[in-house]
Ligand binder design. Structure first.
Ligand code: GLC
Ligand code: GLC
Length: 651
């Protein structure tokens, strides 16, 4: 029955019934032309909204009530949208793919660790603009339980800022000040769960059944046991399984992450509606990029791993349609740290326009460990292409652990045994493997299989910590080259590069978390240190280590921002003919560059004939070194060399 023509007819009928009611309630609160603009967007996006909501909630006897409530919420939130943001909505309509520009440089940080609080962050804007940053992801700034709160990811109130950081007014003010400096604010929408101190959770704890239905609760172990047959725990060190017993409720609550993070029940349309309001509230504070946290987990079905279910996509698509109507300047970024095939399914203009690229991240580290680019090249050839209107967010490190979540098929294709290769990577990055340069710590280690995820800063994992301790100048140089190599790739491969602030000055691991009762046990705090402003000062001196990293990184950023070959360009991953050298073309109209990255600490040749096969001439310009190279027989690459070769335009 739910075929396209049924949906089309019923969407049109529902909209006809709803429009006069919305009009009567809201139209006189805004100017006529504003209302017309709103209605246009509503008409444009309603069919897909209707089809999504109907797929999710059409079975509810009171579906039409929810449909109307959801539209009323969206309209109400739009009416409260500040004028400055409505102007931005209009601007983005003219340039909807603004995030494709080669000028985009992303950065992320914790407000407290980077600048103390929101007021402090305002003062640090010049540091960000100095780096070329125009996209800033602030880690969750909301009200959270005291003590352990998963670094802010246990939200107690989406409309209140953690008092230690500032107020919601300050956050909105900061968003607009950032915008005046050309920086788009990115915030998290932690929508899979709330903290157990959120008002809804408190009411549920008080016995209010209406609110108990906001979460997934079970009176006994029957269903939890049944679900756990096929669930994989995300934080097994924290608590076994995915449920937590609350004796006040005498119920088991679904807690995918920590036991104080309660999973919301999106099977309840009320939850969708209330979370829509929280989302549009954030949009109205000036958020331009909304990071959808833990997207994979929002829908559950017995007998599955409850990750990446089709309904999870439909929920996001329905949110996307509502944002297109009520806050069109905002785009979604998906945080799906799952199998690469599943990561890609969240990416489309009508779902998430942006997505983290966890596969590239993990494979860059894999290539540093193996010195080979076989899996990287194969996997990127298979999976780098996404719709032209969407963009990857490419990163080297973030606040989370590194999971080696590339696919078993890709490992096998290159001749590796998946389980033993992942064990090798854990050994390598924890420094247990003989000769390893890395200094990381395992996260959620499984002592039976030997598999683990890894924590540690970019510099520590790249060898800087060890080299400094051993006072080995040659190793220090290699570590710096590795840091630049990884950043060179995220800056040029296509998409938005995202710098984890601190990495640009080579910050090392912080072992202090082991002495903090709220952090010990969660080894991700190893790479969540307070930003070292003294070290940042030292960047001005080109001979210091932070200076050596920072000044070369700034050059790479400038090359990116100035080169039209990197703007909205296509990426073509190619075979360099050398197993240690990763290579790709970026092509934009007549502009084209070939990027070469040597993942080994020994010099590597690229055959001249291979280069000419790829369309290059004997003489090429390396934009990174700023020199012309004549590669008649071969092109010699230094250890960890990173080159951007300008390809002459064919006549
Ligand atoms: C995301 C966050 C992570 C957090 C988890 C639960 O993956 O990046 O830090 O622990 O979601 O909210
Ligand atoms: C995320 C990811 C998981 C990650 C964790 C936070 O949602 O799915 O791989 O490790 O939560 O660290």
């Amino acid at each position: 029955m739910n075929d396209n023509s049924w949906l089309k007819t019923h969407a049109a009928m529902s909209l006809n019934r709803l429009l006069p009611r919305l009009e009567a309630r809201f139209a006189d609160q805004v100017e006529d032309d504003e209302w017309e603009g709103y209605l246009n967007r509503l008409r444009q996006h309603f069919p897909r909204l209707f089809s999504g909501l109907h797929a999710l909630y059409g079975e509810h006897y009171d579906f039409f009530y929810y449909l109307e409530s959801i539209l009323a919420s969206a309209t109400e939130m739009w009416i409260h949208r500040p004028k400055e943001l409505m102007a931005l909505d209009a601007l983005r309509e003219i340039d909807p793919q603004w995030y494709q520009s080669q000028r985009m440089i992303g950065a992320m940080c914790y407000v407290d660790l980077f600048a103390g609080n929101l007021a402090g962050l305002r003062e640090r804007i010049p540091y960000l603009t100095g780096l070329g940053v125009n996209y800033l992801h602030l880690m969750p700034v909301f009200k959270v339980p005291a003590g352990d709160n998963d670094g802010g990811y246990a939200v107690s109130d989406y409309r209140e800022v953690n008092t230690a950081l500032g107020t919601m007014e300050e956050l909105a003010g900061l968003a607009s000040e950032l915008r005046h400096h050309g920086i788009s604010l990115c915030l998290d929408f932690v929508f899979n769960h709330t903290s157990d101190e959120h008002e809804w959770a408190r009411r549920a704890l008080d016995g209010d059944t209406e609110y108990q239905h906001y979460y997934r609760m079970f009176p006994d172990r029957v269903l939890p046991d049944a679900y756990e047959q096929t669930l994989t725990p995300v934080f097994p060190d924290e608590h076994p399984g995915s449920f937590t017993y609350r004796n006040r409720l005498k119920k088991w609550v679904w807690t995918t992450f920590n036991n104080y993070q309660w999973d919301l029940n999106y099977a309840n349309p009320m939850v969708f509606n209330r979370m829509l309001e929280e989302m549009l509230f954030l949009a109205n504070q000036g958020v331009e990029i909304l990071r959808l946290d833990a997207v994979a987990f929002v829908w559950k079905r017995l007998g599955t791993d409850c990750q990446n279910l089709p309904e999870a996509h439909v929920i996001i698509q329905a949110f996307n349609a509502l944002v297109s109507i009520a806050a069109p300047a905002m785009v979604f970024k998906s945080e799906a740290i799952v199998h690469p095939d599943e990561v890609r399914k969240y990416i489309s203009e009508e779902e998430c326009q942006l997505s983290y690229n966890p596969q590239l991240m993990a494979l860059l580290w894999n290539s540093l460990a193996t010195r080979k680019v076989d899996i990287l090249r194969h996997a990127m050839q298979q999976g780098f292409a996404i719709p032209a209107s969407c963009a990857w967010v490419n990163y080297v490190r973030c606040h989370d652990d590194i999971g080696f979540s590339f696919s078993d098929e890709d490992l096998r294709h290159s001749g590796y045994d998946p389980a033993s290769h992942r064990r090798f990577l854990t050994e390598f990055f924890t420094g247990r493997f003989p000769g390893s340069f890395a200094r990381g710590i395992p996260f959620q280690e499984n002592l039976t299989t030997g598999e683990a995820r890894i924590t540690g800063t970019c510099a520590a994992l790249s060898g800087l910590e060890k080299a400094l301790e051993e006072d080995d100048e040659q190793q220090i140089e290699l570590a710096i080259q590795r840091i630049l190599l990884l950043h060179g790739i995220i800056l040029t491969i296509g998409g938005i590069p995202l710098i984890y602030l601190g990495d640009e000055i080579g910050m090392l691991n912080d072992y202090g978390y082991e002495r903090d009762a709220d952090k010990v046990g969660d080894t991700r705090w190893l790479h969540r240190a307070a930003f070292d402003w003294t070290r940042a000062e030292a960047c001005r001196e080109p001979d210091t280590i932070p200076g050596r990293i920072n000044q070369d990184l700034l050059r790479l950023i400038q090359i990116r921002q100035q080169n039209p070959a990197l703007d909205r360009a296509e990426t073509e991953i190619v075979d360099s003919g050398n197993e240690h050298v990763f290579a790709y073309f970026r092509t934009n109209g007549d502009h084209s560059v070939l990027v070469l990255a040597n993942f080994s600490e020994t010099p590597q040749p690229i055959e001249g004939r291979r280069l000419r096969l790829l369309g290059l001439r004997k003489s090429v310009v390396d934009l990174v070194a700023g020199r012309t190279i004549v590669a008649a027989h071969s092109l010699e690459m230094e250890p960890y060399d990173f080159m951007i070769l300008a390809r002459p335009v064919s006549p």
